[in-house]
Ligand binder design. Sequence first.
Ligand code: HEM
Length: 269
Amino acid sequence: MPRAKSARRQQIERAVLYPLDWLEERSGLIGGVKYFIFRKVPQDIGWPQTLGSATLTAFIVQAVTGAILAMYYKPHPETAYESIRYITNDLTLGWLVRGMHRWGASVFIILMFFHMARVFLYGAYKYPRELNWIIGVLLLALGMFEGFTGYLLPWDQTSYWASVVGININGTAPFLGPFLAQFLQGGAEIGADTISRFYALHMLLLPGALFALIGLHLYLVIRLGVTSPPWSPEAAGRDRAEVAPTTNGRAGLVRPGSRGGLTRTGVRK
Ligand code: HEM
């Protein structure tokens, strides 16, 4: 027989549940979070399918460390380099935050490529996930543009000349090139206006667009479900549970007409 809960325990439970119920009644958020956590995913997904979440984690690290750096960075040719020097050498743990942001940028881009390779090799870009692939391509482009605009900000020799080269390369594009170079430069030469422009792009416009697109990307991942590996019975439209009794555990034999838990398009019912 279940033991009666002590009055203290009941009190604690009420204290936890009341605010949750309050929020759920007014927003439905708790139900949404529950759906997200307990949603069904194919049985045979593994480490390769964690690369998207790893990319997301790298992005969050960039957002948090970037917000801290923005509190001390001063975007002007006369102050930028000195503020970076101050963050690196004098600010408590500044070297760590800056190092995480600088190296994290590469980690973010590399993980994005690995994630994209996983999606490509598993054929997870096919119907009905083409739109999510297109959003992914936009994320990749914006992510790399984010890296480009961040590179100028320390305003040292490497960053200055790398940006000169980058802007000039953009300038060689047909038709739009000169306008693009002019837009990036912000004035007659690379200087105060360029830093302001790159800074605004780097910490306002591009992260905002990335946030919005990542939200859309994840919404579609939840709506469409994660793709099974191409070799799995689920990808062929069968649940493992169904395969076991009919094939003695051997996968690959598909009973015609059975699509075990999946619709014709592979989307979970
Ligand atoms: C900011 C960068 C990105 C983040 C945070 C992100 C995040 C995620 C997450 C968490 C998932 C679900 C788990 C997984 O499949 O790993 C996912 C799936 C997916 N991603 Fe990304 N992603 C990013 C970039 C990209 C890129 C560059 C592409 C391709 C060009 C892409 C295409 C897809 C597709 C098609 C799926 C569905 C995969 C499936 O159904 O198995 N994503 N993404």
